[in-house]
Design a protein around this ligand. Structure first.
Ligand code: PRP
Ligand code: MN
Ligand code: MG
Length: 180
């Protein structure tokens, strides 16, 4: 039923799974023996978060943060409002931030700086999708990337358009008539 709004599938469930397995194996290797807190950024990262932590065969803590960027039209944006903060103290802990997509990089830039300020032992970023063409914060380079995507409006597997389509099992491009 949701399929009727999708122009084409960009990343199939099988391709998503392969990326998650590959990243999970790498993260398992890199974080073995470390005190890691995996931080999922609501709401987009919820689906990826659930899958990626199950591919990490190590002891880890899970926490979530809900943030919203505002002032999109102002040049000085990059200010991010915290809707729900972490419940976990980060001092001395290794932090792995999990995101669904990096676009301008403003959300993650803010969070990485915040977690460093909170004296995390290290802060790394794992994103399923990266859209480098749209990057404004040029020095924000994710440590772990599932797939690069072109500059198109993508939905599914956590990503929304007006809060819908997050439950699609694939990542797709919306038909223009849906958002016009
Ligand atoms: C989306 C996405 C990332 C962020 C990326 O979240 O999930 O968190 O935007 O954009 P940026 O790199 O330009 O900062 P959104 O603010 O739409 O909230 P949501 O996760 O609840 O959909
Ligand atoms: Mn988000
Ligand atoms: Mg969104």
């Amino acid at each position: 039923m949701l399929d009727k709004d999708i122009e084409r599938v960009l990343v199939s469930p099988e391709e998503i799974h392969a990326a998650v397995v590959r990243l999970g194996a790498q993260l398992t290797q890199d974080y073995r023996g470390k005190e890691v807190v995996v931080v999922g950024i609501l709401r987009g990262a919820a689906v990826f978060m659930a899958d990626i932590v199950r591919e990490m065969d190590i002891y880890l803590d899970i926490d979530f943060m809900d943030v919203s960027s505002y002032g999109e039209e102002t040049e000085s944006s990059g200010e991010v409002k915290i809707i729900k903060d972490l419940d976990t103290r980060l001092e001395g802990r290794h932090v792995l931030v999990v995101e669904d997509i990096i676009d301008t990089g403003r959300t993650l830039n803010y969070l990485v700086e915040l977690f460093k300020y909170r004296k995390a032992a290290s802060v790394k970023v794992c994103t399923l999708l990266d859209k480098p063409e749209r990057r404004i914060v040029k020095n924000l380079i994710p440590d772990y990337v599932g797939l690069e995507v072109p500059n198109e409006f993508v939905v599914g597997y956590g990503l929304d358009f007006k809060q819908k389509y997050r439950n699609l099992p694939y990542i797709g491009v919306l038909k223009p008539e849906v958002y016009q």
